[in-house]
Ligand binder design. Sequence first.
Ligand code: CUA
Length: 171
Amino acid sequence: MEIHAYEKLWLGAALLLIVGFIGTVAFGAVGAGVDMIDDDGGTVDPGALDQHPKFGDPGVYQSGPNEYDVYVVAQQFQFQPGTAEAIEVPVDSTVTFHVTSADVIHGFEVVGTNANTMAIPGQVSTFTVETDEVRDHGIVCNEYCGSAHHAMEGTVKVVPDDEFNATDGGA
Ligand code: CUA
């Protein structure tokens, strides 16, 4: 069988495109510093968060030198902490967020970063970030969660070391 030269050329081009598409999808999924959030964070009783040792008093807990855990409860239509009071963490530290929901599924996205997770009732989502710059970040809910979804937002403040005091809980 004879294949026309142009046909071969287009076959080759089409194959290259397919490989290229798969490549960009694969890179988007596992490259570019992307970490998927799985069920490592464990589970929690969404109806009894107030009795949980950390979610009962959500906030910033120091876990080591320059290491912090931040416990956040999302519920219609606020992040606690985050909305009424900003989440404050020191610069140049390693911060692990633990996010859950007290009611429906919410989103927890730190705007302008790749820190982004769903907040699922019963489930704890955890992810770790390095704070490398003093600045404020907005937090938005990016899962439709009810009538005031669009207004559900908060703030993460990355502050200089000397302005930081771990008043919330802390160890
Ligand atoms: Cu919470 Cu949308």
